[in-house]
Design a protein around this ligand. Structure first.
Ligand SMILES: CC(C)(COP(=O)(O)OP(=O)(O)OC[C@H]1O[C@@H](n2cnc3c(N)ncnc32)[C@H](O)[C@@H]1OP(=O)(O)O)[C@@H](O)C(=O)NCCC(=O)NCCS
Length: 334
């Protein structure tokens, strides 16, 4: 009997390159405070956000994804034909189907790359890197473009006090491919569906359809304190476990790049992990806002631009959000 061929890939992978695209509009706190009875001071104190970048009406999440993808492809120096997978993590695709990834693949000249989207909210980029790493090491793909792309301004209600002021628009991209040394550590990931509604849509599409005129168009909402407590306590444990499994001490890190949810969460993490002063902490949220799946790669892109010497250093990345879901990895910064 013939023996079935089962492929294997290279022993190691790393992130080969980075790309980023930010919304073209600077939206300061003062532009949003009226309908939510808030103030610039309150938002700065509670979240560290000074402004968020948002995209104009004509720019969609897929446009941001394509722009970020172009930069990552150019930086990698790869031929487009050698990129055989594209994964987009997003919660702001304008259609349930088809995927944003297949359209972006076409526009990026990557056809016939395997293309699919991931719905893992603010953990989506880390989930994407976990997938890409596994696909390459299994020999299923050679190089995978992973993009976190969001136009969250499309799914917020400007009168919602719980989350609208946090969110921005952007896309961050990386290419994952073979490496001669370990460049992506073990992924620690998981979910806690008991808190399924801690960050949620105000209604389902079904409720919207079945109650015309009564149920408004679904937008994002959250129980801020539930998410805050969960993030600070549970995610610090996930971060510590990721370092342990990776065989890395806090002092071995060059950078800490957590999901840019809230500056107070970022600061609390850094404290709990006892990061030495030498570890550069990403604080992209201040001028960009929270961009869900795009936030970690956008923050990595900004950090490397500001500190080029971080290239080749190790970064602890962690994403967490609606689901609730979470994921973390130590990666080498390209
Ligand atoms: C949303 C968040 C900033 C709210 O901050 P908070 O300190 O928890 O605020 P609270 O809900 O405890 O409310 C405190 C006070 O501020 C008021 N408040 C709530 N939202 C407000 C807003 N947008 N503007 C002004 N005041 C507001 C409340 O009414 C309350 O007033 P009171 O003390 O007079 O009753 C915070 O909970 C948070 O960032 N949580 C994590 C969210 C997150 O990261 N989500 C994304 C996950 S991916």
């Amino acid at each position: 009997m013939a023996s079935l061929v089962q492929p294997t890939g290279p022993a190691h992978t790393r992130i080969l390159s980075l790309g980023a695209a930010r919304g073209d509009l600077d939206v300061p706190n003062d532009d949003l405070v009226g309908p939510i009875d808030s103030s610039d001071e309150w938002i700065r104190q509670r979240t560290g956000i000074v402004q968020r970048r948002r995209a104009s009406a004509a720019v969609g999440a897929v446009d941001l994804a394509v722009a970020a993808g172009e930069e990552a492809i150019a930086e990698s120096g790869l031929d487009r034909g050698d990129i055989d997978g594209i994964i987009i993590s997003t919660i702001s695709n304008v259609a349930l189907t088809p995927s944003m990834a297949s359209l972006a693949a076409h526009r990026l000249g990557l056809t016939p790359a395997a293309a699919f989207d991931i719905s893992a909210a603010c953990a989506g980029y880390v989930y994407g890197v976990a997938q890409a790493d596994a696909l390459v090491r299994a020999g299923t793909c050679t190089n995978v473009l992973v993009i976190g792309a969001e136009k969250l301004s499309d799914i917020v209600d400007p009168t919602d006090r719980s989350i609208s002021f946090l969110l921005g628009d952007g896309a961050g991209a990386v290419i994952v491919g073979a490496s001669d040394h370990p460049g992506i550590g073990p992924t620690v990931w998981g979910s806690d569906g008991e808190k399924w509604d801690a960050i949620r849509m105000t209604s389902t599409f079904e409720e919207y359809r079945n109650n015309p005129g009564e149920v408004p168009w679904p937008t994002l909402r959250q129980d801020g304190q539930t998410v805050f407590r969960w993030a600070v306590w549970e995610m610090a444990k996930v971060a510590r476990r990721t370092l342990e499994l990776s065989g890395i001490a806090p002092g071995d890190l060059a950078a800490f790049i957590p999901h840019q949810a809230n500056m107070r969460i970022v600061d609390e993490f850094a404290k709990q992990l006892k990061l030495p002063e030498s570890v550069v902490v990403a604080r992209d949220i201040e001028m960009q806002g929270n961009t869900s799946a795009a936030s970690v790669p956008l923050a990595m892109h900004a950090l490397r631009a500001e500190h080029p010497d971080l290239s080749g250093g190790l970064a602890l990345t962690i994403g967490f959000g609606a689901g609730l879901v979470y994921g973390a990895q130590v990666v080498e910064i390209p």
